[in-house]
Design a protein around this ligand. Structure first.
Ligand SMILES: Nc1ncnc2c1ncn2[C@@H]1O[C@H](COP(=O)(O)OP(=O)(O)OP(=O)(O)O)[C@@H](O)[C@H]1O
Length: 231
């Protein structure tokens, strides 16, 4: 059974500040991701890869189609579900790792990561243990763990963000260029984390511009240009 299924999705942006100009991006997108599989969205800049991920997460509305996510014994259509249902789905089932960390003032890196596990029901001790293990694997120096990440470097923030996204145990994970500003060593650490998730049966849909990373994690690459709605 598919964990995530995008079914005939279409999206046109309407630019209200530009006299309602319409920008068709994708149409008739259908693709599915099974448990333990990593599907990568490919295609040139502007093809609509990020937009599709945001539609799958429920951040963007789509005009047509459905986004089915298997949630235990139930299938939820992210495109049509009530906002409250989408929020619940995000807590238990649907994870998303963006390129940038949203820092919370005064919350330390360790707590920020652990919080994501606590939200899924882990005890505080267990969450802190898992958060520490991930920060370690992602080579975030121990001296930074007790500090709020606002002043961290771009790559350090990104690694805290990845730890936060991976500490939770979501059966479906959306990854928007998680390795964009990382060096080779940390890219390799992220590849390992993705392999771990796949072994645990997590379904992953992601964007990876780095070809080497893409080749190492992707079971399939879906070129989004084939769904282009432009002209
Ligand atoms: N919120 C928005 N409002 C209006 N247009 C948008 C919005 N988000 C994206 N677009 C437009 O939709 C098109 C697809 O953008 P998207 O970011 O999905 O592409 P992408 O394939 O992820 O590109 P990249 O590889 O450069 O990140 C672009 O032309 C972009 O300008």
């Amino acid at each position: 059974m598919e964990a995530l299924s995008i079914d005939r999705v279409g999206k046109t942006f309407t630019m209200h500040l530009q006299g309602g100009a319409r920008l068709p991006v994708v149409r008739d997108v259908s693709l599915a991701v099974s448990p333990g599989e990593c599907v990568v969205l490919g295609g040139p800049s502007g093809a609509g890869k990020s937009s599709l991920l945001k539609i799958a997460y429920g951040n963007y509305r789509c005009d047509d189609g459905h986004v089915w996510v298997q949630d235990g014994g139930e299938r939820v259509d992210v495109a049509r579900a009530e906002p409250r249902r989408v929020l619940r789905l995000r807590r238990t089932t649907l994870g998303y790792v963006s390129q940038f960390l949203r820092v919370i003032p005064r919350v330390s890196a360790l707590d920020l990561v652990a919080q994501a596990a606590v939200e899924q029901g882990a005890s505080s001790d267990e969450a802190t243990g898992r958060a520490a293990a991930l920060l370690e694997r992602l080579n975030v120096p121990r001296r930074l763990w007790s500090l709020p990440p606002a002043t961290f470097s771009g790559g350090e923030q990104q690694r805290v963000n990845i730890a936060r996204g991976f500490v939770a145990e979501h059966p479906v994970l959306l990854l928007d260029e998680p390795t964009a500003s990382l060096d080779a060593r940390n890219r390799a650490a992220v590849v390992e984390l993705i392999h771990d998730k796949k072994r645990r049966g997590v379904a992953i849909l992601g964007i990876f511009h780095d070809e080497d990373v893409r080749d190492r994690v992707a079971d399939r690459v879906v070129d989004v240009t084939r769904f282009s709605a432009a002209a």
